[in-house]
Design a protein around this ligand. Sequence first.
Ligand SMILES: [Mg+2]
Length: 113
Amino acid sequence: MTQTDPLRDLIRSTLDFYARFDWQPELTGAAKVFQEEVAELLEAAHEGSNKDHIAEEAADVMVTVIGVCQAAGVDPQLLIDQLYAVVAKNNAKTHETHIYLDGKIRRRHPKSS
Ligand SMILES: [Mg+2]
């Protein structure tokens, strides 16, 4: 049985999409598109009533993040690995290790330097 991996599918689809239009993202252009999509997401989220629209804009942000990473030369597998590393790190955080403080989840005991 083939397992689906939406993250891998999204990255593959996005890179295929760019290739189909013969677009090699460069950082300035990719960053501009990303910022436009972030602004659209925040506008939709602040407006708040149309959940489908908010989700659509969030998906646009995720797609344009992939463009920024490609423009910066990040290997798609590295992006996937880092996303799953964040998932694992967040899953490991507990109330013993972290605390919600000043609008952010922070380490309970900051790393000593
Ligand atoms: Mg959009």
